[in-house]
Design a protein around this ligand. Structure first.
Ligand code: ADP
Ligand code: MG
Length: 237
């Protein structure tokens, strides 16, 4: 009954519109060799559950040998750990800026839907970037068109950067994009539109989608998603 009155659909990107299984497309070393960058990145990412971490580990298959400790996830930004005694960081531009690491802005990569993941270490040293790209699920275009036909305003809500988000959105037939959203802010975006009188449907699969799935008038989780998304939703697809 509630679903019959919906006016706006928020959709997550990674793992919802896309397969959620990104692959490494480019390796862009700065102050170390390509192999060394990949080895460091793998050491840093081995504690992460993020799809980007998995892409890097798959690419780095046989490159290991570094000791990692004090691993931590930095929500909406990336990861940090001590690798061979040096504090290292991996993540988006926002994280690098916060850590005083200057990085190039790979606009052209991002506009092709490839997400640049930056790596650096303490003392502001920039090591290089690794880009990963994800592809749309086979039926995403059709699903988005069907929702639009039901007069739902379809809006992408993602933690990824603006250029990547827009590239994937245009492939999916979505014109409205809210990008660079921190995990805690997805629910805030839902609340804001509800306060403007919208009846909101949220679709997502990730840990960072769970609060928004609870807040929305109707929350739908992707069945192959995380347990917390499934627990938080009204409907499991
Ligand atoms: P999303 O899954 O929608 O991209 P997240 O909040 O999980 O949203 O991540 C936001 C951004 O933070 C990612 O697009 C990526 O740039 C960066 N990030 C997150 N986790 C990692 C990680 N393990 N390694 C590198 N970068 C990461
Ligand atoms: Mg997701």
């Amino acid at each position: 009954e509630t679903a019959g009155s919906l006016s706006l659909l928020f959709t997550d990107k990674t793992g919802t519109l896309t397969t959620g299984k990104p692959e490494v497309t480019d390796i862009l070393p700065a102050s170390v060799s390509e192999k060394e960058l990949l080895r460091l990145a793998a050491a840093l990412e081995k504690g992460s559950e993020h799809p980007f971490a998995k892409a890097i580990l798959a690419k780095a298959k046989n490159l290991n040998g570094y000791e990692t400790s004090e691993f931590e996830t930095i929500p909406g930004r990336g990861v940090s750990a001590v690798v061979n005694g040096i504090r290292c960081y991996g993540g988006n531009e926002k994280l690098m800026t916060e850590k005083g690491i200057r990085v190039p802005h790979y606009e052209e990569l991002a506009s092709k839907g490839r997400t640049p993941l930056y790596f650096g270490s303490e003392d502001g040293l920039y090591l290089g970037a690794i880009a990963a790209a994800d592809v749309l699920k086979q039926d995403s275009v059709e699903a988005v068109a069907a929702m639009q036909k039901l007069h739902l305003d379809v809006v992408m809500l993602t933690g990824d950067n603006k250029e990547v988000a827009q590239a994937i959105a245009s492939q999916a037939g979505i014109t409205h994009v809210i990008s660079d959203v921190l995990p805690g802010d997805k629910a805030g975006a839902v609340k804001k539109l509800q306060s403007e009188g919208k009846h909101v449907l949220m679709v997502g699969d990730g840990i960072n989608d769970a609060p928004a799935l609870v807040t929305a008038d109707v929350g739908m989780a992707i069945g192959a998603g995380t347990d917390v998304a499934i627990e938080s939703a009204d409907v499991v697809l």
